[in-house]
Write a protein that binds this ligand. Structure first.
Ligand code: NAD
Length: 348
């Protein structure tokens, strides 16, 4: 088996064992599919409810199925013969989406409920669930100068309404399937993953992609102003997709992390104003800003405490925000040009 980094991972599966990746038409699972394919795993089943032409990435040689995994029969079919199952399928987006569509977010519970049961019945060796920093208690995130969130901060529970509660209860499913039924489960709480091949327009995009697109649009249209959601003082940390994918691989294959949620994110905190300024520097422009104080904002500040993941996996994101944003900006600029030229691009 090839290694695409200096990190050695004992995956305990053979290259002909079946890896099932749910949500693979989307951003993170699409990148994970490519990762395992490039490592030489020959049997990967990628699944998403989107029709195949709408997948963000299609990896040649990978079995790709369009199925709605919130249906039990599809979940059973999806994991047939699987050694490992990665559940990254969810109805999700940036704050603009998760604050408006709480029912859709909550209904993702059906995906995990059916998939984990089917994986256990199918005798899968390992099951991964993509949780979120939105599972953390929101009372701890009311100040932009946040204390970074450590894993124990999810309880007492006061998760983000809708989306965050779905993540928290699905984590509990993972913990109890291990405790009662012996299915080995792993969970990562992602903190704002960004990078090429993610959604960049249409309402589900997150701040790094949205700000890049706004700057590109302003330049293209000869405008001098961009709009910012909120007053721009809200803070977040952002983790580059390649670092995230390697982190998922390490978390899934670490015995110490069975049934144990862990942060997967950057601890480099930045305000939205400073992120906008970074995008402007990358683009070589300086724009004025209007602040939309009625836009969906989410919590005032959120950062990842990486003490636990550093101690268990020696993992930290390797990509500085500036480098990751340069790659993201360049990719979105190309997508923007392609869309203008009438070519097919990534959309939600
Ligand atoms: P994404 O929207 O790009 O990918 C999710 C995919 O799931 C989509 O392609 C969607 O079509 C698919 N899907 C939704 N419902 C489905 C269903 N019923 N059956 C089959 N497929 C279905 O999102 P992403 O950013 O790649 O996120 C992947 C996972 O990571 C999600 O669980 C998300 O909640 C979690 N997460 C992401 C971030 C982030 O910053 N991107 C942060 C925290 C958590």
């Amino acid at each position: 088996m090839k290694e695409n980094s200096e990190v050695k991972i004992d995956r305990k599966i053979g290259c002909d064992d079946l890896i099932v990746i749910a949500g693979a038409g989307g951003f993170i699972a699409g990148a994970l599919t490519r990762h395992f394919h490039e490592l030489g795993y020959a049997r990967i089943r990628a699944i998403d409810r989107k029709p195949l032409p709408e997948w963000y990435q299609r990896v040649p040689g990978v079995e790709s199925l369009s199925m709605d995994l919130s249906e039990k029969t599809n979940a059973v079919r999806a994991v047939e013969g699987a050694a490992e199952v990665y559940n990254m399928a969810a109805d999700m987006g940036g704050m603009g989406f998760i604050e408006r569509f709480r029912v859709e977010c909550l209904r993702s519970i059906l995906i995990n409920t059916h998939l984990i049961e089917a994986a256990w019945r199918a005798g899968a060796q390992r099951y991964f669930f993509s949780s979120s920093a939105c599972a953390y208690n929101t009372d701890l995130q009311q100040d932009p100068n946040v204390r970074a969130l450590k894993e124990s901060d999810a309880y007492p529970a006061m998760a983000e309404r809708g989306y965050g509660w779905e993540k928290l209860i699905s984590e509990m499913f993972c913990q109890e399937y291990w405790a009662e039924r012996g299915l080995e489960t792993h969970m990562a709480r992602f903190h704002n993953i960004y990078g090429p091949n993610g959604t960049w327009f249409g309402g589900r995009e997150k701040a790094p992609a949205a700000l890049s697109r706004k700057v590109i649009e302003a330049i293209d249209r000869g405008e001098t102003t961009i709009d910012i959601w909120g007053d721009g003082t809200q803070t977040r940390s952002f983790c580059f997709i390649e670092d995230c994918v390697l982190g998922i691989d390490q978390i899934m294959h670490c015995d110490r992390l069975i049934a144990t949620p862990i942060n997967l994110g950057s601890s480099e905190l930045i305000s939205i104003n400073d992120l906008a300024a970074m995008v402007e520097r990358i683009a070589g422009v300086k724009l004025q800003r209007t602040y939309d104080l009625n836009a969906p904002l989410g919590v005032a500040g959120r950062n990842s405490d990486n003490t636990f993941i550093r101690s268990v996996l020696d993992w930290e994101p390797r990509t500085p925000l500036r480098i990751g944003m340069e790659k993201t900006y360049a990719w979105i600029a190309q997508q923007y040009a392609d869309r203008k030229a009438g070519k097919r691009v990534v959309k939600d």
